[in-house]
Design a protein around this ligand. Structure first.
Ligand SMILES: [Zn+2]
Ligand SMILES: [Zn+2]
Length: 172
């Protein structure tokens, strides 16, 4: 969805729609969209500045980096962005500190899809985990721990060992 900066109405442009992005456009490898990305946003123009404010939601499937089981990741984000015309890019050094995080549009156009996709990617965790407590995969037998403990794990929890552990803990 290309927004023509010159055509943004005075009262702002309200956007309420679904974006269909490609899985290949996601920064996380193996991530897949389970539903399109829904966006509610308002695009306003103040002089040459373009303000894009709103929220997005989607559902994405990730592969857990510990147990390798796919899990659902709900994407929810709000954004409040300011775009400046690219000519301002050349004046960057003269902009004050608040402007550093600002982005630029080119040829008087903004690709809203691109903007949204970037925001979606920004919500992703560095390391996808099905849960913080994910026990991963048993190195001995390959059992996925969240699907049940394997014999190797039971061995680790040998009652005699537990007794020893408790004993050591009490001594501390
Ligand atoms: Zn996991
Ligand atoms: Zn095991």
């Amino acid at each position: 969805m290309i927004i023509d900066v010159d055509k943004i109405p005075k009262e702002g442009l309200s956007v309420s729609r679904d974006f269909e992005f490609l899985n290949a456009d996601l920064v996380e490898e193996n991530a897949e969209f389970l539903e399109p990305t829904h966006v509610e946003a308002v695009v306003r123009r103040l002089g040459q500045e373009v303000w894009i404010k709103g929220k997005l939601s989607a559902r994405v499937s990730f592969i857990c980096s510990r147990c390798l089981v796919p899990y659902e990741f709900p994407v929810e984000a709000s954004f409040d962005l300011v775009y400046l015309p690219e000519e301002m890019d050349l004046l960057k050094e003269e902009l004050d500190e608040d402007d550093i995080g600002r982005v630029f549009y080119h040829n008087n156009q903004i690709d809203l899809g691109e903007v949204i996709l970037e925001q979606v990617n920004l919500t992703f965790p560095l390391k996808p985990l099905c849960s913080e407590e994910c026990g991963g995969i048993c190195a001995v037998c390959g059992q996925i721990r969240r699907q049940g403990n394997c014999a190797c794990l039971v061995k680790e929890e040998d009652p005699r060992l537990m007794k020893l552990k408790n004993f050591l803990r009490e001594k501390e």
